[in-house]
Design a protein around this ligand. Sequence first.
Ligand code: IMP
Ligand code: MG
Length: 180
Amino acid sequence: MSWNIHPSDILLNEDQIQSGVERVALEISNTFPTNEPLLMIGVLNGAFIFLSDLCRRIQRDIAVDFIQISSYGQNLCSSGNITIKKDISLSVFGRSIILVEDIIDSGHSMVFLQQYFALKGAKKIYVCTFLDKKDRREVPLNIDFCGFTIPNHFVVGYGLDAKEQHRCLPYVAIINEEKE
Ligand code: IMP
Ligand code: MG
């Protein structure tokens, strides 16, 4: 099944996205002293576009790694049953890390990742997300850096997919799940 995207479905256009990324990059640049080693960990697959734009706008040296966790299908909420599909290669022990997500929905995935990296000995764990569907939260979660808070719609583009479709769109659009 494919979803057609009409101009009226666009929630964030390219210019809006790029100014949001610039703002988040500035916030991150201003938060960390330039002599502090910083590691950004992107959550695959969705965060790869946001992270690649973001890290090129941050005025400091950054190490980058990626992790992938089990997904649960876009129509469902994550259960407590999350597993690691691909782990990072770098060590987080004693380091400040920034976890970079495409979108935070229920919050279960991010809480799982915070606990996972705390157990691996990360010194401080920051949360950065491109999008936040705040109204959907099921667990308390503090977000340190956020691109945009959005209403409760299923969105695609700029890294976010619906069954692997529309991930590489340069904008973010709402798709109507009833069309599935
Ligand atoms: P959470 O554990 O419920 O916070 O789920 C977060 C994950 O669900 C994200 O990393 C996405 O992979 C996926 N997700 C949640 N909402 C959307 C959406 O609107 N579009 C695409 N993926 C989504
Ligand atoms: Mg994701």
